[in-house]
Design a binder for this molecule. Sequence first.
Ligand SMILES: Nc1ncnc2c1ncn2[C@@H]1O[C@H](COP(=O)(O)OP(=O)(O)OP(=O)(O)O)[C@@H](O)[C@H]1O
Length: 313
Amino acid sequence: MASQPAVEVDGLRKVYGTTVAVDDISLTVYEGEIFGILGPNGAGKSTTVESIAGLRTIDSGTISVHGIDPVNQREEITEVLGVQLQEAKLQPKITVQEALELWSAFYPDPEPWAPLAERLGLGDHLRQRFEDLSGGQQQRLSIALALIGRPRVVVLDELTTGLDPRARREVWELVRDVRDRGVTVLLVTHSMEEAQTLCDRIAIVDAGRVRALDTPAGLIGSASAATITTFETPVAIDLASLRELEGVTAARSENGTVTVEGAEGVALAVIEELRTQGVAPLRLRVAAGSLDAAYLDLTENDTDPDIRQEALR
Ligand SMILES: Nc1ncnc2c1ncn2[C@@H]1O[C@H](COP(=O)(O)OP(=O)(O)OP(=O)(O)O)[C@@H](O)[C@H]1O
C-alpha cells in the first residue's frame, strides 16, 4: 500500500436540524487503496462521502483531498475527485454518448470518452437511452462519468445495489481496474461480500462514528466469532467446560452438531478439551469467521439518528 494520504478527515460533524448525521468521524485513506465504508442505514456514510466530495457544508472538522479543502475549494475538488452517488439518476432519455459528451464538457482535460466507454463495456450502447440500459450498464455509465475528469480519487456510493451476481462481479472487476490505474477508491456499501473481496481497509461506521477501522482480515480476527469450530458427536458433551475455555465466546449444540465460536486459535483448545472428555469428534471443521460477525459485534440495532438528538451539543 502506498503511504501518501489521499483523503484525510478529522473530527467531521454534520447536523441536519435536530438530526446528528455525522457525530465525529476521522479517517485517512491512502493513495491507491480501495477503502470501504460499511454501516447500518442512517449511520452517516453518504453524508461523510458527500462531504468529502464537497457536496455538503459541514458543522465542524476538516477534510483534505490531496491537499484540497472540498468545503471551501469546490471548483478545485472536482479536478481531483470524481463521484458516483447513491441511486444517481440521469435524464431517462439521455443517450450514453450524450451523457459522456455532456460530462466531458465540464472538465478542462477530460479523458477521451470513446475509449473510456469501450473499456467499461459501453461501446455498443452509445446510442441507447439511459432508461433502456440494464442496471449493470447504468452503473457502468455512472462509473464512466465519475472517471471522465481523470480524478485521483473516486467516490462510489452503493455501486452494486440491485445488480445480479454476474453484473456485480463485473463491476467489482472494473473497480479493481480503476484502482490499478492509480485511482484511489472510496466505496460505500451494504454488502459484506463486496467489502471483504474488494476493500483493502474498511471503516465500520455506526451512529455517526467510526467503530473500527482495519483490513477485512483484521476486522474478522477481532470479532467474537473469529473462528468457528463445528463437529458432530453421538455422545453428550459438557458444553459448559467448552464455554470456560479461554477465548471461547459461545458454544451450542443442535441436532448432534456442536458449534464453538471464539478467538483465533481456540480450535486447538477445543480439541484438547474433547480429548480430556474422551470424546472423538466427527466431521470436525474449523472455519474463519465472517465480516458479518465483526459487523454485528460493532454496530447496534437501532442507529436511528433521531435517537441521537440528545447528543446535540
Ligand atoms: N439533506 C438531509 N436533510 C435532513 N436529514 C438528512 C439529510 N441527508 C441525510 N439526512 C439524515 O442523516 C442521517 C444520515 O444519513 P446518511 O444518508 O448519511 O446515512 P447512510 O449511512 O448513508 O444511510 P443509508 O445506508 O441508508 O444510505 C439519516 O438519518 C438521514 O435521514
